[in-house]
Design a protein around this ligand. Structure first.
Ligand code: FAD
Length: 494
């Protein structure tokens, strides 16, 4: 190097060192921009806190990019296809329904894009900052954020919220390869409808996505280890969705352990044979498929965070334990969402985000929800909030319940969608509402009313006493509440 070159290089070095490690300080750093993290960041900014939201991938996390939103877009599109196919029952004859999958995926991408774009705008519009990169703790008050170009930004903070979410798990014999053995992310972005899809794991993600591809033309086989699909939901709630799935040609094998698979040809896209055994008899069974979708659960994600530097450790299952204020064992560090425990649901993550933000801002807040609703967007939908009859009895309640079928609801009839029912669970001694379970049309929306009633500690007579507009599906909630009290109008009371 010439003397001039050396001098220029010497002049540049301090600049480069500075650009390689930029620094900023903030009141709060939020790590992860899913429905937990971005909600926390917005709320913190609203409360006047200086906040930096760090995200290593796409803003919006799993839910907006590869979870709730794209799955629901494909669920509604595929249900529309199914409705059109069956429209002749109400005198509408449509010939040759053609699905342009590429266009459907573009539309789905547009839905996702609108929401993820909104996340950045809302954070910044409320005065927060977004920093793109992967955060790792350096000490309990510092993270280094490595950006896509490899540079590092050091952020010092008074409080941090860890909202790093979860990733899919798999089982032995089914390592993800992105084409033949896939997880939910790839199942939201097929370029062509797979002819035969084996779904390993009949939980809500497997049944929702299996349903999408079945309605779009795949032959779908679900293998489930437990003795029913959607374990955790009462069997009578599951039955209408199972029946529709089977009636449309889907196959379900419960009590079945998936063991592994063989490739029947060469290269990506080659046919496979999935091997399984029945738990009851240990009989070997096999299923040929083009794609294997593995949806056996999700695990909390903290890789690369260097939690030890912050004085934190996860529990045996990988979760960060928190108290009712979302505080971890290190009091200025909070955790929310999937990484902070079950249920791994977006609305639970968002509520925890609000709680953590408010606690950090000095407000008296706590996660004290009486019940977190759960919805499965099968066809028909399933939704629950609060206690089932079994749970309520196990908790020591003397229970009475009312069940109202959609077949007796005028709006369900006029929608030509009458499968399912609403069940209201009531404490027999006090008359207090304990839970609502439903399967049927639009129950994902109907469950909100039940959630409000539960949170307010309503009596079943109060839920049943509210005037519900006629004709609406929500009348089924009112009728089921009154049914528990022995006076549903449009059904026989036992
Ligand atoms: P996530 O959404 O997982 O976001 C975490 C974010 O943190 C990610 O973007 C990740 O890149 C980022 N991150 C991780 N580590 C770092 C780091 N070191 N530095 C910077 N960033 C980091 N839930 C529902 O309630 N309803 C549904 O209908 C529903 N449908 C679903 C469908 C599918 C197919 C899937 C997979 C999930 C679905 N879920 C649904 C679950 C829901 O997506 C999750 O419960 C929710 O996304 C959890 O939010 P979160 O904020 O905890 O984390």
């Amino acid at each position: 190097m010439t003397a001039r070159g050396q001098a220029q290089s010497a002049l540049r070095e301090p600049d480069q060192a500075q650009s390689a490690l930029r620094e900023r300080s903030t009141d709060v750093v939020v790590i992860g921009s899913g429905p937990g993290g971005y909600v926390a960041a917005i709320r913190l900014a609203q409360l006047g806190k200086k906040v930096v939201l760090v995200e290593k991938e796409a803003l919006g996390g799993v839910c907006l990019n590869v979870g709730c939103i794209p799955s629901k877009a494909l669920i509604s599109a595929s249900k529309l296809v199914e409705q059109i196919r069956h429209a002749q029952a109400i005198g509408i004859h449509v010939e040759g329904v053609r699905v342009d999958l590429k266009q459907m995926m573009t539309w789905k991408g547009g839905v996702v894009g609108k929401l993820t774009g909104g996340v950045g705008q809302l954070v910044k519009g409320n005065g927060g900052a977004v920093l793109r990169g992967a955060a790792a703790f350096v000490d309990p008050h510092t993270v280094d954020v490595t950006t896509a170009d490899g540079s590092i930004e050091r952020v010092t903070f008074a409080h941090a919220i860890i909202a790093t979410g979860s990733v899919p798990t798999t089982i032995p014999g089914f390592a993800f390869d992105g084409t033949t053995v896939i997880g939910s992310t790839e199942a939201l972005a097929f370029e062509a409808v797979p002819e035969r899809l084996v779904v390993v794991g009949g939980g809500y993600i497997g049944m929702e996505l299996g349903g999408v591809w079945q309605r779009l033309g795949s032959h779908v086989t679900v293998l489930e280890y437990a003795d029913q699909i959607l374990p955790g939901f009462e069997l009578d709630l599951v039955r209408p969705a199972l029946k529709r799935f089977k009636d449309a040609g889907g196959a379900v094998h419960v009590g079945t352990r998936a063991l592994g698979f063989d490739r029947l040809g060469q290269g990506p896209g080659a046919e496979v044979r999935v091997h399984a055994e029945t738990l009851a008899t240990h009989a070997r069974v096999s299923f040929d498929a083009d794609v294997i979708l593995v949806t056996v659960g999700r695990r909390p994600f903290t890789e690369g965070l260097n939690l030890a530097a912050a004085g934190l450790a996860t529990d045996a299952k990988g979760f960060l334990a928190v108290d009712g204020a979302q505080r971890t064992s290190v009091p200025h560090l909070f955790a929310i969402g999937d990484v902070a425990g079950q249920p791994m649901l977006a609305h639970k993550a968002s509520k925890e985000g609000e709680v953590a933000a408010e606690v950090i801002a000095g407000h008296a807040a706590a996660f004290d929800a009486r019940a977190v609703p759960a919805v499965v967007f099968t066809d028909p939908e399933i939704a629950t909030v609060g206690l089932s009859v079994k749970d309520a009895e196990a908790a020591g309640h003397k229970v009475k319940s009312g069940r109202f079928p959609f077949a007796a609801n005028g709006r369900a009839l006029s929608l030509n969608d009458t499968d399912g029912f609403v069940r209201v669970v009531v404490d027999a001694d006090s008359g207090v509402l304990l839970g609502v379970e439903a399967v049927g049309p639009e129950v994902s929306n109907l469950i909100a009313e039940a959630g409000l009633a539960l949170e307010m500690g309503a009596l079943a007579s109060e839920l049943g006493g509210v005037i519900h507009a006629h004709p609406t599906l929500a009348e089924a909630v009112m009728e089921a509440a009154n049914g528990a009290l022995g006076h549903a109008i449009h059904a026989m009371n036992k």
